[in-house]
Design a protein around this ligand. Structure first.
Ligand code: ZN
Length: 270
């Protein structure tokens, strides 16, 4: 939509033309503020998208800052272009490439007409931040939560536990609406966060139930839990199962001998 789509008095969305299975309808770039603007997730390096952001901003005010949720190529690169073109500094996690203003957890960002709070939410990536627009209780979730479907969680050791902790963290902020990096705005934020938690914890529960019936390898668990999933996706499923097993091991609820996993005595099904 030319000039972006007005979502509220202080939030305008510009959709990037990068639709795909992973990015849904494309990356959502948000312009937040009045007169002075924060651009949340400038998006992919596509000249037409940069033009759309600049055109939308020209009607709304002066771009003061880019706030990036994480380093992925569909969120960060246009921030670098916006800096080259308009001198807009880049804010984000201290490990975000190209960052000019490193943000700590709970740090406030203020422009005319808007105050945002950075929330450290690792799991999708280690450098992931969400941004809370206090006045509207709107949470910009980047790739922590999508407008529809689920998101990819990092499959390194500890990342799934971090991801679940991040969901619990944003649940406590009691956001009203979720403005995700991809997909439509979610009006019932609490229900969406619950749905995401139940999805992850439900899978964990299934794995525990299988292990209660006896020790199993990752491959065996995948075979039982993902029977209807095309075998081309089994490698991805195996990484997901392994991430759950690592989480259970770190919590001393499961253990492996060789390739076979089993429940630790006293390990209870959640
Ligand atoms: Zn991402």
């Amino acid at each position: 939509m030319v000039g972006g789509e007005r979502l509220s008095a202080t939030v305008t969305r510009v959709l990037a033309p990068n639709p795909s299975l992973m990015t849904l309808s494309g990356t959502n770039t948000y312009l937040v503020g009045e007169d002075e603007l924060v651009v949340i997730d400038p998006g992919p390096d596509l000249p037409e998208h940069l033009e759309a952001i600049v055109a939308a901003a020209a009607r709304l005010g002066r771009v003061a800052l880019s706030c990036v949720t994480h380093h992925h190529a569909d969120h960060l690169p246009a921030a670098v272009k916006l800096r080259e073109r308009l001198g807009v500094p880049i804010a984000g996690h201290r490990d975000l490439p190209h960052v000019d203003r490193p943000l700590g957890d709970e740090q406030l960002i203020e422009v005319t007409g808007a105050q945002l709070r950075a929330i450290a939410t690792p799991g999708h990536t280690a450098d992931h931040l969400c941004y809370l627009l206090e006045s509207e209780r709107a949470l910009f979730t980047g790739d922590l939560i999508a407008g529809s479907g689920t998101v990819i969680v990092g499959d390194g050791r500890g990342e799934l536990a971090q991801y679940i902790a991040s969901l619990r963290r944003v649940e406590e902020l009691l956001p009203r609406v979720i403005l995700p990096g991809h997909g439509p705005a979610v009006e019932d934020a609490a229900a969406k966060i619950r749905e995401y938690l139940e999805h992850r914890l439900g899978r964990e529960c299934q794995i525990m139930r299988l292990l209660e019936r006896g020790p199993r390898t990752v491959r065996e668990i995948v075979g039982e839990l993902y029977a209807e999933v095309p075998s081309g996706l089994h490698e991805m499923a195996a990484r997901n199962v392994r991430a759950h097993l690592w989480k259970l091991e770190d919590e001393r609820r499961a253990q492996a001998t060789g390739e076979r996993w089993y429940l630790v005595d006293g390990g209870e099904t959640a």
